[in-house]
Structures are given as C-alpha cells and as structure tokens.
Write a protein that binds this ligand. Structure first.
Ligand code: SF4
Length: 386
C-alpha cells in the first residue's frame, strides 16, 4: 500500500469484501487531533453554530441539505425571525412557511419540516426528542441529519455521512467503488462511526469533517497542499484525489414543453394551488400543461385550461418563454396571455384557485419559474387588456 493512510492496518481489503476492516486507533487519534486543530483555526462563523438549541440546528440542517451555505445565510434568519420557535412554526399555516422558503427549491423539505414540527407538538409535547429512533421517525430526517442534530446539540456519538463527509472518507481510504452500493455505504458508515467514537467531541468532529469537505476536500479541485490530514490520505498518496469518488455518467434529463396561460379577467389573473403532495406541492402557479406531440402551444394552453379548470379562454398573445431545470427533468414554459371567456373554474387536480391582481401575487408562494413569469408581467405593465 503506497504512502500514508488511513486507519486500516494490515493487508489491503479485497474489493467488495464484507470482512471488517482492522482499525488502527492510534492513527484515528492522530487524524482527529490534526482535524480538530485545523477546525478551531479555520471554521466559518455561521449563525447556526452559535446555538445548541435543537430547533434552529434542525432548521439549518434541513436548509443545508440541498442548498449552498451562502443562500441559507439569507433564508435562515428570515425564517427564524418569523418562526422563532418550533411551536410558532407548528401553529402557522403551511402556506406561510412555503412563502419564506420560496426560491430555495426542494419544497418537500419545507413541507416535511412543518409536518414534523406539528408531530413534535403532538407526540413530544413540543420538546424536540433526544433519542435517535424518535428523531429519524420524523418526516424529512434521515440517519445523517439525525446524527448531525443529536451530535451538535447533545454530543451523542452518532456519525454524519452527508455528501461532504462521504467524499472525504472515500478519498482518505481511496475507495474505488460506487458509493451508491449498499456495501460501500455500510463501510462508510462504519468508518465514520469508528472515527466519531474516538473523538473528543462528537459534535465538533462531525462539524469539522463537514467543514473539511466544504472548504478543502472539495468535489472538483481538492486543496490537498492545504489539507491538515493529507498525511493520512490514501488518495493524496496515490496522486489521484480528484478522480474520487467515482461518479456514474448522468443520463441526459428529459425535456418537456409546457403551455402556460396567464388568464386575465377585469385586471386580475387566475392562479391555482398545486396539490400538497408531489413536486412543488402547496405552491401557487399559472395553469397549464405539457404539449402533446405535433400540437401548437396555443392549442396546448386552450386544451389544458379546458381539461384542468373547465373554462373557455381566448389565447391572445405570447408573453414570455422561461427555461428551468429540476433534478430529474427540464422544462420550457411558453407563457401566453389569455382572456377568460366563460365558465367557473373547477380544478381537477389543484387544491384551489383565485383571481388576484398582479401586484398582490407577492403574498403567495410561487415556484421559481412562475416567479419569472410574474416578473415579466410586472415589467411589461400589462393591465389585462389582452
Ligand atoms: S489530502 Fe486531499 S484528497 Fe485527501 S482528504 Fe485532504 S484534501 Fe481530501
């Protein structure tokens, strides 16, 4: 085995082998010591690290699951200022929480947070639970998030295995296998557990591993020359850190053309509320739907509005084209100005609908792509004359 590593003593493991790795505890102690010293001197001062209250720590962990720190720094204080306690969040309607989440994406996180706050009120009399089993039973909290919350707040010896920590461990141990495989995940959890077990403070250890992944052992260009634990790293010793973790080539995302109606009536536009479950659940949007093969977009808009809302419209003029990518597909929204002609909206799938003046749409939570349509309406200053 070349160079310095890691925490496994003895011969190399057979790839895919289920055997337990012999752990060199002195090496773990030396690693933990170097990491803790680096963290103390280099950690970012982030607001959620200034508290040991479970609710704000939980909130920050949920926000950080799929969002960059810089973005969370803007959303986190606003959310906490409106909902300073778990109880305040539980008592508020979901629509208010979604409004504060607007623009951050992955709205299931917000719906689960809100649902979990209500469950904590019901099941635990408003006190965030202490036990791992009770915490992972809450919606939106997996093993890694539970480990983060309980180690940061209560110093429980639970590992974290988010994307940053996983990358660091894979490079430290030069694991050249697909991290999506269950056996590889189990190995990573075991290694993380061994390390947190030997740490002086589980909370600080987990934070420092996450920070190392975020600041030094980054995905594209790891800064190995500045790394406090390079002497323990197999990937560094072998000269190939940026080749790990192995990534599967992503399939191209499917693309859909969507016809969208901005339906005007007496200076108001029609918006509808998406079902609570599923993509963008609980957010407002302009009605519309997928173009069928060979269909002209204005025909798509007329057909979708008739099928989804049961009303007749006239499509009057193109408004704006918005492109947007979700995690599993891409869309191009072709928004058209329309006039309401006849019928009372009777949504087939939406939870509700309303006529609203464009200047009042700020009060509703919209997905990002619909926000761009609203911005266009405001800039254009269209009054609904069609
Ligand atoms: S030496 Fe490089 S690859 Fe290894 S842990 Fe440090 S930054 Fe990551």
């Amino acid at each position: 085995m070349p160079g310095g590593l890691a925490f496994v003593s003895g011969a190399d493991r057979v790839p895919g082998s289920q055997e337990e790795e012999p752990i060199d505890r002195d090496r773990i102690d030396s690693f933990n010591h170097s990491l803790a010293r680096w963290y103390e001197q280099n950690r970012r001062r982030l607001p959620w690290r200034e508290t040991r209250e479970p609710y704000p720590v939980w909130l920050s962990e949920v926000m950080l699951q799929q969002t960059r720190v810089e973005t969370v720094l803007a959303y986190y204080p606003r959310f906490l200022s409106r909902f300073p306690t778990l109880e305040a969040l539980a008592q508020a309607p979901l629509s208010e929480a979604l409004k504060l989440w607007e623009g951050m994406g992955y709205y299931a996180r917000c719906r689960n947070l809100h649902k979990a706050a209500r469950l904590v009120m019901e099941r635990h009399s408003g006190r965030f639970p202490w036990s791992f089993e009770e915490v992972v039973a809450l919606p939106g909290i997996g093993r890694s998030t539970a480990g983060a919350i309980l180690s940061f707040v209560h110093e429980q010896r639970l590992p974290v295995l988010d994307g940053n920590v996983q990358r660091v461990l894979i490079r430290l141990h030069r694991i050249e296998q697909d991290p999506g495989r269950a056996a590889v995940r189990a190995r990573l959890w075991r290694l993380a557990q061994e390390m947190v077990d030997r740490s002086h403070s589980p909370g600080v250890f987990n934070q420092s591993m996450m920070e190392l992944g975020a600041l030094i052992c980054t995905a594209r260009a790891p800064r190995c020359s500045a790394c406090p634990v390079s002497g323990h790293c197999q990937a560094w010793a072998c000269g190939d850190p940026s080749g790990l973790p192995l990534v599967k080539r992503a399939k191209p995302l499917p693309h859909y053309d969507i016809g969208v109606g901005i339906i005007w009536h007496e200076g108001h536009v029609l918006i509808q509320l998406r079902p609570e479950k599923g993509l963008l659940g609980g957010l407002w949007e302009f009605p519309g739907g997928k173009r069928e093969p060979g269909e002209e977009i204005p025909d798509t808009v007329r057909r979708e509005i008739r099928e989804e809302l049961g009303i007749e419209i006239e499509v009057t003029a193109p408004a704006v084209v918005v492109r947007h990518a979700y995690s599993h597909f891409k869309v191009t929204l072709h928004a058209f100005h329309c006039h309401w002609l006849s019928g009372t909206p009777s949504p087939r799938a939406a939870q509700g609908w309303c006529w609203v003046k464009p200047e009042r749409t700020e009060e509703y939570a919209f997905p990002q792509a619909n926000r761009l349509i609203l911005e266009h309406i405001r800039q254009e200053g269209r009054s609904g004359a069609g």
